[in-house]
Write a protein that binds this ligand. Sequence first.
Ligand code: DAH
Length: 373
Amino acid sequence: MDYQAIGQDALARIAGAQTLEAVEALRIEFLGKQGSVSALLKTLGGLSPEERQTTGPKIHALREEVTEALAGAKAALEAAALEARLASETVDLTLPAPEGPRGSVHPVSQVMDELAEIFADMGFAVATGPEIEDDWHNFTALNMPESHPARAMHDTFYLPDRTAEGREMVLRTHTSPVQIRTMLAASGASSDGGGAPVRIIAPGRVYRSDSDATHTPMFHQVEGLVIGKGIHLGHLKWTLETVLKAFFERDDIVLRLRPSYFPFTEPSVEVDTGYSWVDGRRVVGGSGDAPGHAWMELLGSGMVNRHVLEAGGFDPGQWQGFAFGVGVDRLAMLKYGMNDLRAFFDGDVRWLRHYGFSALDVPTLSAGVGVVA
Ligand code: DAH
């Protein structure tokens, strides 16, 4: 029995093993139950005590050596495998990250944000109010008493409950009640209207019992209110002109103020804008009286009616104001060339992908106004 030859052969073959499987096969061949090194150990029992004293330690040492060689080979191969994996699986951190599915900003939200930003530059704050409103804020305080025909005209959604004061509750038919809430908060700040001047816009949802190609039961408005001393129609016209130029990104916006009637304003004006048709699309710009142009009604506005100022806690002898209300959906259609109002609220993902806007990473001024209670 040449244990030295067995040892040399084992170590040489371990050194030559190329794979982890080969190392494992060698471990079984040498150290397994039937293994050749294990067999050497078994022979010790048949040796004389003297022989066992000299040969025993050598065979044990050989077994140690083979065990270590196997462990070393295994560790080396594992390290090489890891190296290879690291080399092949390198992540290039400079590559753009893969795009996950992303939502988009609805054109209505986009337009409300755009308006909020434009008005913010002019010193306006964003005000909000409840979508479930009481009839005092929605009608009475806006100079529309119980008998007023406009209450029926609006074809309001009434709710079965009443407020603690016994007022009827409605889904607000316009954003104008935010005027009253804002005025009351401002005039309450001191007895002479110390919360003024007031400069707000109020974007949000409004509801009317109406549904056809050009009306949806829910739609969006932006209300505007300015209260100060010496405020007159000129301020209204300049403000609207400046805002619409910024909104439509055109310098040639021409407005026409047409006498009208709203209970909450006196005088009241309807504001028209000139437009023309380009490639089957209405494009605002120019005077409506210019060749190839026409006027289109854009929004309602006027000087705040004295009864409304009083309901808001302001003395009409000292304070004046202007107000306006504009349909956001309509502005969006005009600016971005959409033609069917109902598509706005169908939630068709293809439409949203086409017309939607990518989200800004910064919170916007009117963000979340759609959900205020
Ligand atoms: N509240 C009106 C509506 O919904 C719009 C409106 C007209 C608002 C004139 C105003 C205004 O503030 O002055 O039809």
